[in-house]
Design a protein around this ligand. Structure first.
Ligand code: F6P
Length: 468
């Protein structure tokens, strides 16, 4: 793909350091794909642009179904050629994607936005890694190898179980047969494995990270610079292979009843009822080592008041601060600050309330809590509409533009479970009535729009607390 002048100019502005290919290295069942997806979600959430190119998905395009480990034998020439072709196709697509102009849509917001393509595959042979090196060098993009080494038998067993439960290859194979097949596949790769040498004296001294036992055994790194440090910092903290997290908004607050935003109101009578119901529901789940994290606001603390488990309260979990508009209703915003409301509707992700915050601000301030949360299990986070949209988006990999419109209703318990490489979401609506606080994106965001058009988008609420 041609590298045009406009792009070269922008690359110079960004130091040409903003395009990086990360190639994983490792035997099957070493956590490469989960790591690749996690890095991808992390980078996209932090306003960068990342995409995973999974070599096995390219291989599956050439075979309509998976037969057996035989295809991974070094002397199986026809299968070797297909695997080589799949590797080359994934690499070509990854490099092309990195060179695509204007790929980094986020750069309009943040000039430091980086583009990262992750080539997810075993890449166990030196010869293969040389091809990656030559191609990235010719394209002028950076390269970082991440080798995943896992020797801890317990972790290996967990990785294997996860592959057997979630891999497309084993979808139709009986479990015993699949396990045998996976072991045989690993043996074939082991025969071909050439560990990347690391350090200045390595044959092709390039940036390399060696992650030992999913990071629990430590990290070795050499030649990691610039944007690569961001990735190194992220993967250096070990993260569990099995994880379940729970989320809930606070019980309905007095401000929710009145359709007012922000503030530090207490719970409505229905909100207080939800606090009881939620507590009983959690008790019945009997979760091991449950912890509760809330914001520092009254309504989240009151929601967990009946729960006798360790609690932490974080300012970072406080609701999006609406500055001069705190305690207003959307109707009042329309009357008093119609321009502000229109600007927010036009770009809800980046719009910052006067003296207040934007969604991007909230996403940024949440980072330390998210990074801690990603290492935990069985935490119930009790938060707020905007904050939980951002938190859930981090784990679900939701595109940034969609975050301000995610549905996170009141009186609903949300459960995220890591299954394979992705999180799945389940919800339980508790049987306690509440208002709906979700406002859809209006069709017309122009300041000249009629008031009636805006009013149609505002969720219903009560005018006074006694009406409840
Ligand atoms: O309405 C409840 C609430 O938590 C407000 O306090 C907050 O300003 C709002 O939701 C955030 O939602 P949105 O970004 O959709 O206005």
């Amino acid at each position: 793909m041609a590298h045009n002048n406009k792009q070269v100019h922008r690359d110079l502005k960004q130091g040409h350091l903003g395009r990086l290919l990360v190639a994983t290295v490792g035997l099957p069942g070493r956590g490469k794909s989960l790591l690749a997806r996690r890095i991808c979600r992390y980078l996209n959430y932090t306003r960068n642009n990342c995409k995973v190119f999974d070599i096995s998905e390219y291989r599956r395009k050439h075979y309509d179904h998976y037969d057996s480990h035989e295809m991974f034998k070094e002397d199986n020439r026809p299968a070797w050629e297909v695997r080589q072709l799949s590797f080359q196709e994934a690499l070509n697509d990854a490099v092309d994607w990195l060179l695509e102009d204007d790929r980094c849509a986020n750069s309009a917001i943040d000039l430091n936005c980086i583009q990262v393509a992750i080539l997810d595959g075993p890449n166990v042979c030196r010869r293969q890694r040389q091809i990656i090196l030559d191609q990235t060098h010719a394209a002028g993009v950076q390269l970082l190898f991440i080798e995943c080494v896992c020797e801890d038998s317990l972790l290996l067993e967990m990785h294997f179980k996860s592959i057997l439960a979630h891999s497309v290859d084993y979808r139709h194979m009986p479990i015993e047969m699949a396990l045998e097949d996976l072991r045989a596949k690993m043996d074939h790769y082991e025969e071909q494995y050439e560990t990347p040498s690391i350090g200045q004296r390595a044959e092709n001294a390039c940036s390399t990270v060696k992650l030992l036992d999913d990071g629990y055994g430590g990290v070795l790194a050499h030649g990691v610079t610039g944007v690569q440090c961001l990735i190194l910092g992220y993967i250096a903290t070990p993260k569990p292979l099995q994880q379940t997290l729970y989320f809930s908004r606070h019980g309905e607050s007095e401000f929710n009843v009145l359709g007012r935003i922000g503030g530090d109101a207490g719970l409505s009578p229905r909100g207080a009822k939800y606090a009881e119901v939620l507590s009983n529901h959690l008790k019945a789940l009997n979760l091991q080592n449950l912890q509760i994290w809330t914001s520092t606001l009254k309504r989240t603390k009151a929601t967990v008041a009946h729960m006798n488990v360790p609690k932490k309260h974080f300012h970072a979990l406080d609701e999006l601060y609406s500055g001069q508009c705190e305690a207003c209703s959307y109707e009042e915003l329309l009357e008093l600050h119609p321009k502000e409301l229109a600007m927010r509707d036009a770009d809800k992700l980046q719009y910052r309330y006067p003296q207040g915050e934007s969604y991007v601000d909230v996403m940024t301030r949440l980072m330390p809590v998210l990074q801690q949360l990603e290492t935990e299990n069985n935490v119930l986070v009790v938060g707020h509409q905007a904050v939980l949209r951002c938190v859930l988006a981090y784990f679900l990999g939701t595109p940034a533009e969609d975050i301000p419109y995610m549905k996170v209703p009141l009186h609903t318990l949300i459960k995220l479970t890591l299954r394979g490489y992705e999180y799945t979401m389940e919800t339980v609506k508790m049987p306690v009535d509440c208002v709906d606080t979700n406002r859809c994106k209006p069709m017309n965001c122009d300041v000249t729009r009629s008031k009636d058009e805006v009013l149609k988008t505002i969720p219903q609420h009560f005018d006074s607390l006694v009406q409840l």
